[in-house]
Design a binder for this molecule. Structure first.
Ligand SMILES: N[C@@H](CCC(=O)N[C@@H](CS)C(=O)NCC(=O)O)C(=O)O
Length: 219
C-alpha cells in the first residue's frame, strides 16, 4: 500500500487530496516539520524532518515523501504527477498532450507562483504584525504574482479547468499552490474566475476530507 510521509499540515495535503479523489488507500506517517518543534533533536521529539530514520528516506529533510512498490519519491509535484499517471484519467492524463499540459501547469505553479504565494501566507496570511520591511516584501510578492495568475485566470475563464475541460491533478496542484495566497484580498479580488474555481475545488468531498484531517492536527 502507498505510504505518505508527512503531516497533513504540509504539502502532503495535495497528495492526500488526490488520493481521496481517486479512492487510493494510503498509510500516513505523520512526520512533522522540524521548524515547528522547540527542539526537533531532543530524544523525546516526535518523528520530524530532522529524525535520522526520516533522513534515510529524504536526505534533504523535507516532506512529503512517498513509498510505493519500492519507489521512494520526494517533491510534491512529482509525486502528484506520478500517482496521476499511474492511475490515469479522469484525474490523470488521457494522452501525451494532456500529460504535457499537466506538467506545464505544475511547473508554473512550482516556479512562478509557490514562492511568492508562500511569502503572502507567512507574512500576511497568518495575521502577524508586519514591519515596514515585511509589508514591502508582501507588496512585491503580490505584484510578481499578477502575471502568472492572469494566465491561470484566462484559462479558467475560458475553460473552467486547467486541462481537458475536467477536474484533474493539475487543478489540485494549482489550487493547493494558490491557496497560500488566497487570504490576500488585494491580489485575489483581481481574479474572479480563480476565486470561483477555488470555491468549487475546495467544496469537493476529496478536499473536505483532507481539510478536516488537517484541522484535526495541532497547529
Ligand atoms: N519542493 C518541495 C518542498 C518541500 C518542503 O519544503 N516541505 C516542507 C513542509 S511543506 C518541509 O518539509 N520543511 C521541513 C523543515 O523545514 O524542517 C516539495 O514540493 O515537496
Amino acid at each position: 500500500m502507498l505510504t505518505i510521509h508527512g503531516v497533513t499540515r504540509s504539502r502532503a495535503s495535495r497528495i492526500i487530496w488526490l488520493c481521496h479523489e481517486i479512492g487510493l488507500p494510503f498509510r500516513q506517517h505523520p512526520v512533522i516539520q522540524a521548524y515547528r518543534l522547540p527542539d526537533p533533536d531532543a530524544a523525546d521529539a516526535p518523528l520530524n524532518t530532522h529524525s535520522a530514520s526520516f533522513r534515510k528516506l529524504s536526505p534533504g529533510g523535507a516532506i512529503p515523501v512517498i513509498e510505493d512498490d519500492g519507489l521512494v519519491l520526494s517533491e510534491s509535484y512529482a509525486i502528484l504527477l506520478y500517482l496521476a499517471r499511474k492511475h490515469a484519467a479522469p484525474l490523470g492524463p488521457a494522452s501525451p498532450e494532456e500529460d504535457a499540459l499537466m506538467l506545464q501547469w505544475c511547473f508554473q505553479a512550482a516556479t512562478s507562483i509557490e514562492p511568492d504565494a508562500l511569502t503572502l501566507l507567512f507574512l500576511h496570511g497568518r495575521g502577524q504584525a508586519q514591519s515596514g520591511e515585511d509589508q514591502a516584501l508582501v507588496a512585491n510578492a503580490a505584484e510578481r504574482l499578477i502575471r502568472p495568475l492572469r494566465v491561470v485566470e484566462d484559462q479558467l475563464a475560458r475553460h473552467g479547468y486547467l486541462v481537458g475541460n475536467r477536474f484533474t491533478v493539475a487543478d489540485i496542484a494549482m489550487a493547493e499552490t494558490i491557496r497560500y495566497a488566497q487570504g490576500y484580498g488585494p491580489l485575489m479580488e483581481q481574479f474572479p474566475a480563480i476565486g470561483q474555481w477555488l470555491v468549487d475545488a475546495q467544496g469537493r468531498p476529496g478536499f473536505q476530507k483532507m481539510w478536516q484531517a488537517r484541522l484535526s492536527e495541532p497547529e
